[in-house]
Design a protein around this ligand. Structure first.
Ligand SMILES: Nc1ncnc2c1ncn2[C@@H]1O[C@H](COP(=O)(O)OP(=O)(O)OP(=O)(O)O)[C@@H](O)[C@H]1O
Ligand SMILES: [Mg+2]
Length: 289
């Protein structure tokens, strides 16, 4: 397991904010002088002088502790990736609690357990949203994380390719058809160290047949050697058998339901089908919004 590397020599909050263009060197000097006079922390001095906001200080603290997230001005990813943009919000608190449970119940129990499929009965339950943000919180914890988009039913303009604003067209379907290599199809996310995304690639006419090929199992075996955590986005489990095939290959899944939308009988039926297929349901998430 990758551990977060911490350094004894941390950059100061002022240096981080100057380096990222949030503070001028002149203002940094003014804050340090005020800090020295009043014997207070740099952040408190900056707030007292109204030269920085609480957001700026949270940002710098996160950088100081190797905890990566993005400022609102960074538009390289979709704003739906709340774990990247608003890591201190309620959704992300909940996702970190889910992460802890999954570490305890699954990933830490056996070194071979690395893959989890995120499943739910219906379209729009938030599987893509939750799998993307969950993958980000795992990467923020220092895990080498792969987010694999196996929703080969995805409509154009949706899915992980759009959330992560990926330019290239290669992806999972190309690998399964033997036309692309993982190195070409997968994209590391430069602004989120530790996270790699494998988009769907061109939507094929025969998703189920492709996912049923031995190549999918081989792909999971080979990515398990390079990553600590592999999160798989799936299509609606009530509509297609794809999710069952994917979760059976993964060995484990997390059941997602959306508040005020998902129907309990649909969730129970899908859970039953998955368990019959030998899938361990490690946990469940109630998507709140
Ligand atoms: N917790 C949430 N907070 C805010 N918006 C959310 C949340 N969960 C999902 N959404 C929004 O709901 C919509 C549907 O979510 P998403 O695309 O993740 O669902 P899905 O289950 O992957 O659907 P599909 O069947 O189309 O793949 C998206 O616009 C997403 O941004
Ligand atoms: Mg989706």
């Amino acid at each position: 397991m990758n551990s977060v590397v911490t350094s004894n020599i941390r950059r100061s909050i002022g240096d981080i904010l100057v380096a990222t263009g949030r503070l001028s060197s002149a203002d940094s000097s003014v804050i340090m002088e005020y800090q020295r006079q009043h014997q207070i922390q740099f952040g408190d001095a900056a707030l007292a002088l109204k030269l920085l906001t609480k957001d700026d200080i949270d940002f710098a603290l996160a950088r100081q502790f190797d905890y990566t997230y993005l400022g609102q001005e960074d538009t390289s990813l979709s704003p739906d990736l709340v774990a990247a943009y608003k890591p201190f919000g309620a959704i992300c608190e909940n996702l970190r609690a889910v992460r802890s449970q999954l570490m305890l119940r699954w990933f830490n129990t056996d070194p071979l357990r690395k893959v989890l499929a995120i499943v739910s009965p219906a379209k729009g339950d938030g599987r893509s949203f939750i799998s993307a943000n969950l993958a980000i919180v795992f990467a923020q914890q220092g895990q080498r994380t792969l987010l694999l988009d196996a929703d080969l039913r995805t409509a154009p303009g949706t899915g992980q390719k759009v959330l992560f604003k990926l330019g290239k067209s290669a992806g999972l379907s190309g690998i399964l058809a033997g036309r692309a290599a993982l190195e070409v199809a997968a994209s590391p996310v430069p602004s989120l160290p530790g996270l790699t995304v494998l988009p769907t690639g061109a939507v094929p006419p025969n998703p189920q047949e492709l996912l049923g090929r031995p190549e999918f199992g081989q792909l999971l075996g080979s990515v398990a050697q390079r990553f600590d955590v592999i999160i798989i986005d799936t299509p609606a489990g009530g509509d297609y058998a794809d999710a069952e095939i994917i979760a059976a290959r993964a060995g484990a899944g997390v059941m997602l339901a959306r508040k005020n939308k998902s129907l309990l009988p649909d969730v129970t039926r899908l859970a039953g089908r998955l368990q019959e297929g030998g899938v361990t349901l490690v946990g469940s998430v109630l998507n709140d919004s």
